[in-house]
Design a protein around this ligand. Structure first.
Ligand SMILES: Cc1cc2nc3c(=O)[nH]c(=O)nc-3n(C[C@H](O)[C@H](O)[C@H](O)COP(=O)(O)O)c2cc1C
Length: 189
């Protein structure tokens, strides 16, 4: 199989769910965000917005507001998360990037997914761990959450399609071996 540094980085990326407290350096964050802005977008509209948060208190407040929505849910599993003292949707990562887009085009989520994967690969290439965090996607239209993310810079008319947790993997954090399902590829010649 042919390989190079980019292909090896893609294959080495894994979702990291335990982080140490060391913050992502400014230069690295800028490079990761730049990678996001270079992602393709439908019709080249470039309507995505990336709100990067590196403030632990802000992240904790955001988590509390997300938990507040879960606590009101009829879903038992979400209710448990909502009332849990320890639940942290972003795994205490020191940096979280909120990825949002205007919901006016049917491909809005796809634009965001392209940018998110670019961030994952860029982060991996810099030795930084990452994980997709979905909980703001389902809660961004709750009034308490919306008020808060608007104050952080998420455009009012945007929906959140995902978030990217960034940071250094905690030492000794468990990591399952990557398995790839057989039969995912068909080549027609
Ligand atoms: C659309 C999408 C949503 C995801 N949401 C979450 C999430 O909210 N929390 C989480 O821990 N992982 C989330 N993941 C990560 C997947 O669980 C992960 O990619 C998968 O288990 C494969 O593991 P790997 O990323 O290490 O290859 C999400 C991934 C995708 C693509």
């Amino acid at each position: 199989m042919k390989t190079n540094e980019v292909l090896e980085t893609i294959k080495a990326r894994r979702s990291v769910r335990a982080y140490d407290a060391k913050q992502v350096p400014e230069e690295d964050l800028q490079a990761i965000l730049e990678a996001a802005t270079y992602a393709p977008s439908g019709m080249h509209y470039e309507t995505c917005h990336f709100t990067a948060i590196q403030n632990a208190e802000v992240l904790q407040e955001l988590n509390n507001r997300i938990k507040g929505v879960f606590a009101k849910s009829e879903d038992k599993h979400l209710q448990e998360r909502g009332h849990s003292q320890t639940y942290c949707c972003y795994y205490h990562a020191p940096t979280l990037v909120i990825v949002s887009n205007e919901p006016t085009q049917w491909w809005a989520a796809m634009d965001c997914a392209c940018a998110i994967e670019n961030m994952f690969i860029a982060a991996k290439s810099l030795g930084i761990g990452s994980c997709w965090i979905n909980q703001l996607g389902t809660t961004c239209d709750d009034a308490q959450v919306r008020e808060y993310i608007t104050s952080l810079g998420v455009p009012r008319d945007h929906k959140v399609y995902g978030c990217v947790a960034l940071g250094y993997m905690a030492e000794g954090a468990p990591m399952k071996e990557k398995t790839v399902k057989a039969g995912m590829v068909t080549i027609v010649k």
